[in-house]
Design a binder for this molecule. Structure first.
Ligand SMILES: NC(=O)C1=CN([C@@H]2O[C@H](COP(=O)(O)OP(=O)(O)OC[C@H]3O[C@@H](n4cnc5c(N)ncnc54)[C@H](OP(=O)(O)O)[C@@H]3O)[C@@H](O)[C@H]2O)C=CC1
Ligand SMILES: CC(=O)[C@@H](O)[C@H](O)COP(=O)(O)O
Ligand SMILES: [Mn+2]
Length: 409
């Protein structure tokens, strides 16, 4: 895990913070989302431990105003410029600075918070997260799309700046907790667990008629709409395979997925001596977020404690690649090279949005991604620079939108 800084920046560490009696300065990118709210919930429980530098949102200006009034950041930013006046008026008299626009979100990430939660959904999170990385911050990475879309270039920036990257995605956080960076050569398999989503037992015909409401009703986790649909198609696990490939360099053949409907075992590492190490816990993102907040220490959370006697049974099954083709598509993209992953991510974002808007059916999501991947926009195996990533992403979005329009005809 070369990317996870060996030397720990004194300003960012909870243990050194405690020793110094200091406060950790924090920015939350995507504070109004599921990850953002869970992060705020944790820091509100330790008011003396944290200073909020910035909160950012996209369009949910009411929630942002509420959060800013309650948690008192130095700065509140709304990405949608048309909401600037509402934000300004909502925070009048508080002394909290306000700003609007995509550039303002990037500027917020550039402010000197020691720890930044990358909680924006989708490739929209790439530029702000990179800004935090480039100034060497401790970045808690929830936004998996950053790595899927621009993995090699993202890691290059981490290496250049000396930033600390802490995986927050529950599976990757689990692996981070049980994988000894000095024993990478002894790893036989990294096994990502997947709940199977709301349609785990549905037939293809049933899934063809699935509604957005059914798709976002995740059986175990309370998450934003996009990732919930990804869980339902199993694209989420595909994106996570690619994320794991960049975070834990054991080689693609050593990355595996198993369905585990209870979402108690968050992932496993199997070693050459036959040992399998896993991290378990109730399905609550406050555990992995707290791990990143307190790292390299730990902090108390209010998460429900695991009662295995009450749960009784944990079950596992192999994934069904026929009913859930997105998982195989993601592995193909991973093997094809980084540009194909950029295409996969962009096509998936457009297709999921089209499904949520009622423009295409549930099974069309994977079909759209497969068709756009087959066009070969990612023919350049590894993009040389970020401009190329953005260009591949842009073209793949146009191609997917065309696919959606043809499908809707
Ligand atoms: N939720 C979870 O449990 C988990 C999430 N993740 C990952 O974390 C990320 C966030 O997920 P989640 O919290 O569920 O998502 P949500 O949809 O709940 O929240 C997304 C956040 O990003 C903001 N946002 C959306 N689009 C933009 C944009 N174009 N520019 C700036 N900000 C934007 C939203 O603002 P607004 O509210 O104003 O729209 C919101 O604050 C995703 O990458 C997801 O895959 C990973 C593991 C678990
Ligand atoms: C909480 C989290 O990390 C999600 O990514 C979760 O894993 C989604 O559930 P699935 O296992 O159904 O994809
Ligand atoms: Mn996950």
């Amino acid at each position: 895990m070369a990317l996870i800084a060996e030397a720990h920046n004194a300003e960012t560490g909870a243990s050194s913070r405690a020793a110094a009696g200091g406060r950790k300065s924090i920015t939350i990118l995507g504070s109004t989302g599921s990850i953002g709210c869970s992060t705020l919930d944790l820091i509100a429980r330790d008011r003396d431990g944290f200073d909020l530098v910035a909160l950012t949102a996209h369009r949910n200006v009411r929630r942002l105003i509420e959060q800013a009034r309650q948690h008192r950041p130095q700065l509140a930013v709304i990405a949608d410029r048309s909401l600037y006046t509402e934000l300004k008026e909502g925070l009048q008299g508080t002394g909290i600075e306000v700003a609007a626009g995509e550039e303002a979100v990037i500027d917020a990430a550039g402010r000197s918070a020691a720890w930044v939660m990358a909680g924006i959904v989708g490739a929209a999170g790439l530029a702000p997260t990179l800004t935090a990385v480039r100034r060497g911050a401790c970045v808690a990475l929830a936004n998996k799309e950053c790595l899927v879309s621009a993995g090699p270039l993202f890691l290059e920036e981490v290496a250049k700046s000396g930033a600390t990257l802490l995986p927050v995605d529950s599976e990757h956080n689990a692996i981070f907790q049980v994988l000894d960076a000095n024993q990478l050569g002894s790893v036989e398999k990294i096994v990502l667990t997947a709940s199977g989503g709301p349609f785990r037992t549905w037939s293809e015909a049933e899934m063809a008629a699935a509604t957005p409401e059914q798709a976002v009703a995740h059986p175990r986790w309370d998450m934003g709409a996009k990732i919930s649909v990804d869980s339902a198609t199993l694209m989420n696990k595909g994106l996570e395979l690619i994320e794991a490939h960049y975070l834990f360099p054991v080689g693609e053949p050593r990355l595996d997925v198993i369905i585990h409907p209870e979402s108690i075992v968050h992932s496993m590492v199997a070693y050459e001596d036959g040992s399998v190490l896993a991290q378990l816990g109730s399905p609550d993102m406050r555990t992995p977020i707290s791990y990143a907040l307190a790292w390299p220490s730990r902090m108390a959370t209010p998460c429900a404690r695991l009662d295995l006697a009450q749960i009784g049974q944990l079950t596992f099954e192999a994934p069904d690649f026929k009913r859930f083709p997105a998982l195989a598509l993601a592995r193909e993209a991973l093997c094809a090279g980084a540009a194909a992953s950029t295409v996969l991510n962009a096509a998936n974002e457009v297709a999921v949005a089209a499904f949520l808007a009622g423009r295409i059916g549930f099974l069309d999501i994977a079909s759209a991604v497969a068709s756009v991947l087959a066009l070969g926009t990612g023919a350049v195996a590894v993009p040389a620079d970020l401009e190329t990533v953005y260009e591949i992403d842009r073209i793949a979005r146009i191609q997917t939108e065309e696919w959606v329009q043809n499908r809707a005809r």
